[in-house]
Design a binder for this molecule. Sequence first.
Ligand SMILES: [Ca+2]
Ligand SMILES: [Ca+2]
Ligand SMILES: [Ca+2]
Ligand SMILES: [Ca+2]
Length: 278
Amino acid sequence: MDANIIIFHLCSFVFLILRGADGDMSYSFPEEMKRGSVIGNIAKDLGLQTGALSNRRARIDTDGTDKRYCDINLNNGELVVADRIDREGLCGEKASCVLKQELVLENPLELHRITLHIQDINDNSPQFKEELINIEIHESADRGARFVIEEAHDADVGQNSVQQYSLKKNDNFILAANGNTIELVLDKELDREKQKEINLLLTALDGGSPQRSGTVVIHVTVLDANDNAPVFSQDVTPNDINLLACFTKTCLVRLLFTPLFSHIDQILFECCFFLLPW
Ligand SMILES: [Ca+2]
Ligand SMILES: [Ca+2]
Ligand SMILES: [Ca+2]
Ligand SMILES: [Ca+2]
């Protein structure tokens, strides 16, 4: 190949790269826009006559791995949404979500990078892993005792993710939320003999507009503690005691004369019998 031709091609290559770098375009728009929604106007942004786009067979290319998310309307130069752009599906928990596309023009060949910054919208609600959380707490638990509750998740990011929790007013518990740690705090001691089970309603709220929320029921089973002494159901009179003593004594005498009663048992029994205050 002629040296001049090589130099010419080399210069063209440098020219293309420079044109490409100079003509990069960047657009920022929300996820989930309908197909055909307008992102921007490429003809205007590149300073081209509208007819130039179809004359130069303008098209959107991908580098082979990226899907084609936008398209050009050759009649008016508008860049439009070509496929669903779901920020959660594309970028997950990343704070920034960027898609790269490429505009190709022919005669002469030009490449322009198109950078799409996808903004999050609040299209997901906070969700708890379970619909019902079961916990067991002893009635002897002290006031101030804390019980960790699993946090809620929201697929959106930033303000659109979970921002706060609220616990429906109840007699025994308040809520303590510190970052991702959610705790029930015992504010008034439990009494199993008064209430064996308590249902609490916990709500997680995001900071989006409109705000979205998710709820979970916390079912508390109050476990028994030995906090009551046995009591007679009615007053016991001296006559009741005498009757009981007489009955017990009769049983013991019968036992004493049972043939199977061993010699040692008899001695022990006689000691107890004579020690009893009857
Ligand atoms: Ca989405
Ligand atoms: Ca979202
Ligand atoms: Ca959300
Ligand atoms: Ca008890």
